[in-house]
Design a protein around this ligand. Structure first.
Ligand SMILES: Cc1cc2nc3c(=O)[nH]c(=O)nc-3n(C[C@H](O)[C@H](O)[C@H](O)COP(=O)(O)OP(=O)(O)OC[C@H]3O[C@@H](n4cnc5c(N)ncnc54)[C@H](O)[C@@H]3O)c2cc1C
Length: 586
């Protein structure tokens, strides 16, 4: 790609076939795929800078350091009634590669039944698991992590590609907890079975982590894997905001023009796409661009001072967001924690023996060591609550999942923090992120004025539906059941966060409201729906309803959150969109 930093530097004689608004996860992929046709000229417009200007993006363990930096949009939600009115941080990547440049690199595709439901809900058979899996595998380059620890048995090669662009690997560290967790999956195999590969369409169980990390121990993202490989038929314009898409003719609904600028009150310019504009601003940026363009709920647009051009009340609604809570248990297992985490995540650590400089040297020279992974422990569990669990039996909530292959909650085994005697803690703690990954709650992205440079108001509606609270609460009880497995007797004791005496529904729910936040996997704010449906923002071919020349390709079109973290699903949707766009001009 050829990179520009100022709209005035774009060559005057270039006519762009496609303009992609947002060079993030979905946008970088779709631009790359379209540019495989050498006759097409593609312009990518990105509000942030180049990923290459942030070398820290390459170091897997440095991902938490990228929050609240110039490469983070640094959103904060509106106060969340489900969280005792707390407002919580919501990072989003403002850089080439978008969130794939600063996420935790976990690579999970979700369940077969979820993709099949997307196909049904979106009215698009291309989204069926059997159709998306080959696209994801074709784009994948499975890589053995450096350092000599074999990944055999930690994944199923039948479900991974080896000749694509996006590097995926399963780096891990040796630690006693690995064997214990494996044994627990035998002892309690009904609730916590071993799963050899969470990416085979049946993610339920305890599995070894897989990450978008390459054979050199470096992050692989949408910018490094895809966009940077393109030739000079791709132009990338950095540090430039798409403020609106604009009708090509006054009063029309053909939105093949983008308006760009760099700051409120500054000069705005327009650039024409000869074939299409593709909005890929992510779950907050995309509805923001559509709303400022006059595509949205007419009453809300009028209140914000934006004239309505296409009435569509679904824009910015249906935001579906997984939620997470940090919990810990007292343990006598060796700690894994690195000082880095205590520094950047404010977790308690007294591990003075950890030398960050030599860890960096090790990563820099060999791609191995503690910095070559996003966090110290090596597994996650996707867990289905039992059929007779209280949310479904006593409380009568419907099962929110799409089938037996999908999970309700997820345990991310994060690290084991060293004992902190000063704080009166004699034992280390094993620290886990417990997440409800199938939220029923829905939130919104709204604008309150016509300034496109101002952040939209973000309301993920965390724990606003009582079913979500009930499932998260039972997820914690499930975690307590896991640590009651025989293998953990004598080495994992009671919970520390929340304290062991927090057992009643009421006390657990009080804790959860005080400690839960977003798992940063929002989807659905410009949801796909069948053609002619009374809801939804894009048609099955990703075209914005009621418009021509305009599509959306990013996580905002995904109708509901999957049993997965959302980068691989975003790539899956973007691969399909690329095929459909190319076919439209074949
Ligand atoms: C901290 C964090 C950790 C995460 N960890 C994981 C993980 O481990 N595994 C996983 O699978 N998922 C993870 N996710 C989620 C996942 O990365 C995202 O769901 C996914 O990358 C979203 O892709 P996208 O294309 O929708 O949006 P993005 O990747 O956010 O791309 C949107 C792009 O558009 C740009 N943009 C926005 N507005 C404008 C505008 N007006 N003009 C120009 N450009 C604009 C943005 O700067 C950005 O580059 C994480 C997310 C975060 C924030």
């Amino acid at each position: 790609a050829v990179v520009f930093h100022n709209v005035d530097d774009l060559p005057q004689d270039t006519q762009y076939d496609f303009i992609v608004a947002g060079g993030g996860t979905g946008g970088s992929l779709v631009a790359t795929r379209l540019a495989e046709n050498p006759n097409w000229k593609v312009l990518v417009i990105e509000a942030g800078g180049s990923n290459e200007d942030f070398w820290q993006t390459r170091v897997p363990a440095f991902w938490p350091m990228l929050w609240k930096t110039p490469m983070d949009w640094n959103y904060t939600t509106v106060p969340q009634p489900g969280l005792n009115n707390r407002a919580v941080d919501y990072p989003r990547g403002k850089v080439l590669g978008g969130c794939s440049s600063h996420n935790a690199m976990i690579y999970t595709r979700g369940a077969k039944s979820e993709w099949d439901r997307y196909a049904e809900l979106g009215g698009n058979d291309g989204l069926k698991w059997d159709n998306v899996l080959p696209l994801l595998m074709k784009a994948e380059k499975w890589s053995q992590a450096p350092g000599g620890l074999s990944d055999a048995g930690h994944y199923d090669p039948a479900f991974h590609g080896t000749h694509g662009e996006l590097a995926v690997s399963a780096p891990y560290s040796e630690h006693p907890f690995n064997d214990m967790l494996m044994q627990s999956s035998q002892e309690l195999s009904d609730e916590f079975p071993f799963n050899q590969d969470w990416n085979d369409g049946t993610p339920v169980g305890t599995a070894w982590d897989e990450f978008t990390i390459d054979a050199h121990g470096q992050r692989s993202n949408a910018a490094t894997a895809f966009l940077s490989q393109t030739g000079n038929n791709v132009h990338v314009l950095l540090s430039t905001y798409v403020t609106r898409v604009v009708p090509a003719t006054s009063g029309g609904t053909d939105f093949r023009v983008v308006e760009v600028g760099t700051e409120a009150g500054g000069e705005l310019k327009q650039i024409v796409a000869h074939k299409e504009v593709i909005v890929s601003g992510g779950i907050f940026g995309t509805p923001q661009i559509l709303l400022h363009s006059g595509i949205g709920n007419g009453e809300e647009l009028e209140a914000a001072g934006v004239p309505t051009l296409v009435e569509n009340p679904s824009v910015g609604k249906n935001l579906s967001d997984q939620v997470t809570v940090f919990v810990s248990f007292s343990t006598s297992i060796d700690d894994t924690v690195y000082a880095l985490y205590s520094l950047f995540l404010s977790l308690t650590s007294r591990r003075s023996s950890f030398d960050q400089d030599s860890a960096f040297e090790q990563w820099n020279t060999t791609g191995t060591g503690p910095l070559a992974k996003p966090f110290p422990l090596n597994h996650m569990s996707f867990i289905r609550l039992p059929d007779d669990a209280p949310p479904f039996s006593e409380e009568g909530f419907p099962d929110p999942t799409t089938g037996e292959d999908a999970s309700h909650v997820e345990f991310t085994f994060f690290q084991i923090g060293a004992p902190d005697p000063d704080a009166g803690a004699a034992n280390a703690t094993i620290q886990i992120y417990l997440s409800n990954i199938h939220p029923i709650s829905r939130g919104s992205v709204t604008i309150s004025n016509s300034n496109p440079f101002e952040h939209a108001a973000v309301d993920p509606g965390i724990l606003s539906n009582p079913a979500d609270m009930s499932i998260l609460r039972e997820g914690f009880r499930s975690l307590r059941r896991l640590f009651a497995a025989p293998v953990f007797q004598g080495s994992v004791f009671g919970s520390v966060i929340p304290p062991e005496n927090v057992t009643s529904n009421e006390d657990l729910e009080d804790f959860l409201r005080s400690a839960t936040s977003s798992w940063l996997h929002g989807v659905g704010s410009a949801s796909m729906s069948p053609k002619g449906a009374k809801w939804g923002v894009v048609d099955p071919d990703f075209r914005v309803k009621g418009t021509t020349g305009l599509r959306v390709v990013d996580a905002s079109v995904i109708p509901f959150a999957p049993s997965a973290h959302t980068q691989a699903p975003t790539y899956g949707f973007a691969e399909l969109a690329s095929l459909l766009i190319a076919q439209a001009y074949a």
